[in-house]
Design a protein around this ligand. Sequence first.
Ligand SMILES: [Zn+2]
Ligand SMILES: [Zn+2]
Length: 286
Amino acid sequence: MRVRFWGVRGSIAAPGAETARYGGNTSCVEVQLPGGDPIVFDMGTGARVLGRELLQRPERAVQVFISHFHMDHVFGFPFFAPAFAPSFKVSVSSPAFGGEATRDRLGRYLNGLLHPLRMPDLPAPIEYGAVRPGRPVQVGEATVTPTQLVHPGGACGYVVEGGGRKVAYLTDSGPLSRPGEGLSGNLAPNSRERELIRLLRGADLVAMDTMFTESEYMEKLNWGHGYPEYSAALCRAAEVKTLALFHHSPDAEDDDLDRLSERWAGGIDGMKVILAREGADVDLEG
Ligand SMILES: [Zn+2]
Ligand SMILES: [Zn+2]
């Protein structure tokens, strides 16, 4: 299984010399099993670059899962080249009651006003689906389990299992417990945390929203973003092997992220902690 980060930034793309090393594109992560079609999480601005590359590869199908419809997670959709390639089978699913709802939500963006195209203008045959938290879906050899996160308007995280490996994409989300409670208070996990820990148990890699520092989180409790110490506590409890800090603040410059990376360089209790970086691959054998 291979995981590649095409966009690691949160909220708004942050191009420029100060963000060149970690990358300025917003959320887009690709997971691929050997011989399988690519599975893509979110269509942030990173999807534009991914789309160009997909046209060069032999596979002619791609499954996209959207976490939620905030612009930093869908802006890249009408710039995703496979959606314009009639030879490509593109499937897009989101947490919704049905495929029509996924299509309608993207249609609010592709409506001729916010973007010059309208949904019917897309030439490729796109299939729209819906996911429900806790109900796994099969994509080739991979099982993808959606899970409810903590975010204004709701957001879904996804756990992918296949080829003996497990990875998770968990953004955007605040902690699953309130300050002073559950893992947030260094106490025993609450019921929601226990449920997510069960789902993540033994994962090889978890990419998780850590846009804030703990003190920023305390000032913005309802914004639906997390911080590294909480994500590390949750992943440790689930015996995760590697935590990738993800959804970096647009204001975090490379030097800031280097400092964050150094602070976590030793990992914690045997768990590796890395920073998601645009263009980086994580290869997991199997
Ligand atoms: Zn976001
Ligand atoms: Zn969001």
